[in-house]
Design a protein around this ligand. Structure first.
Ligand SMILES: [Ca+2]
Length: 172
């Protein structure tokens, strides 16, 4: 019997009973990759549970005023920053995870959404000026200022992965 099984692939006439065998294991779906977007979203909602998932790759907070967009790999680029928003990116050249804000006024914390010490590039499509700070030093320091309608594909080495919170000065 072992011999027949072994030669089955070469002799079709012996294999007629094979369809009765259980389906091969490889028909099962593969386990998710480590960078699977849904796994990232599940972790985000576990760590920062005030949000709701609003699309396959996005979690929304504060009625949509803040959104976190997830990508499947470091090579993937999220959709461009919306025209009415300002955005922080995990990687240079607007790559990786994206944090989008659509409001104005006062201090807000990147750390509230798991984005402390991450920003490497940014876009400001609004008429507001955004001032960005590092709170891991005392007193806290200003890292950079984002003029209205400006962007940086790569922050300076001295300020990379340091931003924790910011103040938005409402433009006219
Ligand atoms: Ca920091």
């Amino acid at each position: 019997m072992r011999v027949r099984t072994a030669v089955c692939g070469l002799a079709a006439t012996i294999c007629t009973a094979l369809p009765l065998l259980p389906a091969p294991a490889h028909a099962e779906p593969l386990a998710p990759a480590p960078h699977d977007v849904q796994l990232q979203i599940d972790k985000q909602l576990a760590d920062f549970p005030d949000g709701v998932q609003t699309s396959p790759n996005e979690v929304s907070y504060a009625n949509g005023r803040v959104t976190v967009t997830f990508v499947s790999s470091a090579d993937e680029i999220a959709d461009a920053c919306a025209s009415d928003a300002y955005c922080f990116y995990d990687l240079p050249n607007f790559g990786g995870r994206k944090l989008t804000y659509r409001d104005c006024g006062g201090n807000q914390s990147l750390t509230d959404y798991g984005f402390g010490n991450k920003t490497s590039s940014w876009v400001n499509n609004t008429k507001h000026m955004v001032e960005v700070y590092d709170k891991d030093v005392t007193p806290f320091v200003t890292l950079w200022r984002e003029a209205a309608k400006s962007a940086a594909a790569r922050v300076s080495t001295a300020t990379d992965n340091k931003a924790d919170f910011f103040h938005t000065y409402c433009g006219a």
